[in-house]
Ligand binder design. Structure first.
Ligand code: HEM
Length: 428
């Protein structure tokens, strides 16, 4: 927080004190960037607020921080200019080819996303996923006896069980699957300094996940009739569809499950923490849950998540020289090769587009939320997330007497980028 305050002060002085303040801002900003890369700053919005006003596209040491709503969408929608950064690491994870998250818009990208949309269908969301999540979350909450840790015992376990059932890939244990996907996710998305320990943990997890999926695919071939994601992949394979050999199926599955588990756990935990900070809104969300008003309940959850979203932004690399916000007073030239942070969290607080952004409101238009990114690489699981995250929290919020556990047990804590603790109690 001290860092944020220093940067904020420096940026505020930029207007009045010229170069000296700019130098201070640059120093503070570089440190801020380093820290941001480590994801140690959990609440960067105060800095973003200053940047949006004084320096909406801050370019420093070959890195740009883009903070206004339209500019963030400009970066994420120009996927030909601002390329995704994941492919090298994705190939380490798959042990071979890229997965579509790491690909530029290309024939392979279109083929793989089309295949995965064929096997993970939109109608499954209401038909299969909603009832599965409701039943599984209720079982976990009931078995807890009135006290559970949302980060470890609920948020991770429900999506792990969902992956096993819906994808048709039962893991050795839910905990192991959640651990593999967290280690891989951390390496792909948050390890911008290439920490050797993070890389080693991800390589180990990826090797285990690949072996497990190889075995799962081989076993399933003996019994290919189940109508789940893997069964549907194998039917495409039997029909001779290109890009659906065993290895391609494994790559797609490993990519999907990496995206699915740690993110869901993190969003459930952080959204609940924000609601617990706001007793009035918590009570209204609980009333919506008890009344079975799922649409309204989901609004409470995703508005809460806006105050502490899954990630502050998304990184891209400029594939060519480009001027962001061309024609505006804050137009900024970005050279080829620069790293660009499209700060989606900041965009969701941009007062020029978002009414009273610091207020908790459930009447906001859907387009101001960028929890799932924007443009070509918008989250593949977005329609699942829209029901899974509220679906996991709903049975908990229906409970009477929901409150934080006493002391540290009831506080949100982190292990690296992931919540590791948020204990709650309720009437069993
Ligand atoms: C709370 C849950 C989730 C959050 C917050 C989340 C967030 C995101 C974000 C922000 C992106 C964009 C990355 C970028 O543009 O650089 C993304 C992409 C992606 N997500 Fe999610 N995700 C979640 C759950 C899921 C689930 C459940 C799945 C799969 C079942 C999934 C699979 C993917 C895939 C495959 C992509 C890449 C899409 C593409 O390249 O076209 N995610 N996710």
């Amino acid at each position: 927080m001290e860092l944020i305050e220093n940067l904020k002060t420096a940026l505020q002085r930029m207007e009045s004190e010229g170069d000296a303040a700019l130098a201070m801002a640059e120093a503070g900003t570089q440190t801020f960037l380093d820290q941001l890369k480590q994801h140690t700053i959990q609440y960067p919005e105060p800095v973003f607020a200053v940047l949006r006003r004084l320096k909406p596209v801050l370019f420093i040491k070959n890195t740009a921080i883009v903070t206004r709503f339209e500019d963030v969408q400009e970066v994420l929608s120009r996927d030909d200019v601002f390329a995704v950064t994941y492919s090298e690491k994705m190939e380490v994870v798959t042990g071979g080819n890229d997965f579509f998250l790491g690909m530029q818009n290309s024939p392979d990208y279109e083929r793989d996303t089309a295949h995965m949309r064929t096997v993970m269908r939109r109608e499954d969301v209401a038909g299969q996923i909603v009832p599965f999540v409701a039943k599984t979350a209720e079982e976990v909450i009931q078995a807890s006896g009135g006290r559970l840790d949302v980060a470890r015992q609920l948020g991770k376990i429900v999506p792990a069980k969902w992956v096993a059932a819906y994808f048709g890939c039962p893991p050795p244990s839910n905990e192991e699957l959640a651990q593999w996907s967290s280690a891989i996710f951390r390496y792909l998305f948050t390890d911008l300094t290439n920490d050797p320990a993070v890389g080693a943990a991800a390589r180990d997890a990826a090797a285990k996940a690949r072996a497990w999926l190889d075995q799962t695919i081989a076993l399933r071939k003996a019994n290919p009739d189940d109508d789940d994601v893997l069964g549907r992949c194998l039917r495409l394979q039997s029909a001779g569809v290109p890009g659906m050999d065993d290895l391609a199926i494994r790559n797609n599955l490993i990519g999907l499950l990496t995206g699915a588990i740690p993110t869901t756990a993190k969003c459930c935990t952080q959204a609940l923490d924000e609601l617990l900070k706001r007793p009035a809104e918590l009570a209204q969300a609980q009333a919506a849950a008890r009344a079975g008003d799922d649409r309204l309940f989901a609004r409470y959850v995703f508005e809460a998540l806006r105050f502490n979203p899954n990630n502050p932004g998304l990184f891209r690399v400029a594939a060519e020289d480009h001027t962001i916000a061309k024609g505006s007073l804050h137009a900024t030239a970005i050279p080829k090769g620069a790293l660009v942070l499209a700060a989606t969290q900041s965009a969701m607080f941009d007062e020029r587009i978002v009414d009273s952004p610091n207020d908790f409101r459930v009447d906001r238009p859907d387009y101001i939320y960028m929890h799932w990114g924007y443009g070509l690489h918008t989250c593949f699981g977005q329609y699942v997330n829209q029901v899974q995250i509220p679906g996991i929290l709903k049975p908990l919020l229906k409970r009477q007497g929901l409150r934080r556990a006493a002391g540290l047990a009831g506080q949100l804590m982190y292990d690296g980028p992931f919540p590791s603790n948020l204990g709650v109690e309720f009437e069993a």
